[in-house]
Design a protein around this ligand. Sequence first.
Ligand SMILES: [Fe+2]
Length: 258
Amino acid sequence: MARRAVAPAIALARGRALHPPDVGFVDLHSHVLFGLDDGSRDLATSRAMIAALGAVGFTEIYATPHQKAGQFMPTRASIDDAFAAVSAIVAPGVQLRLAAENMWDDVFHERLQAGGIPSYDDSDAFLVEIRPHELPVGMVDQLFRLRMKGKCPVLAHPERYEKLWHDDGLIERLRAQCAFVCDLGAIAGYHGKQQQKMARRLVEDGLAAAVASDAHTVEDVRTAAEGIAWIEKRLGKAGVTRLLDDGPRCVLLGELPE
Ligand SMILES: [Fe+2]
């Protein structure tokens, strides 16, 4: 893989210096496509978000528009149109790719039955979220069955789910069946105290497979850079590489971390 230096990276990280990474980061979760959900609102914003992510060190950015029944359900045609428009203005050195953030809802389950979950590059790895306050009935068992079918479920922002906050057994059972991808903004403290504590713990204890921007705005990219700065301070460059390069690449291959 081509490696590139991203020297000025963390000007965004409020004066905290990161050592320039010599790898390209992979962002498994972002809302950089405009006009589809609560993310980017127009092409200029998409351009600015992607430029900012590139400046932080991301070289592969997955756009993951929401697929959430009753709230955000952009059609495949509208997603493809936005993807084409944004791809045309992506700066050299950055690759824009497509996936989706699937809510664990009726539509998700209908698509599972039909074999058509929107996934990373149409692979077996797909991003899924649940509602913050409750764990869906039978979720761990369903995830296990998906694993048995060769799927790789990727759980968005596990730090957000209250049932995990005080249940280490549940964390272990879930983590055995899916890859945890924490939000960098949560690590930096912008999503709440408990969410920050949980995200930091998952990262420090090696329970998170990766971290991602989950950027909806340009401002979110700045907070993501703060999250990366914290990871480097606590876990060094090796931790940054594990969570932003090697980890996400393993996930994309359908592998869960040890
Ligand atoms: Fe998201």
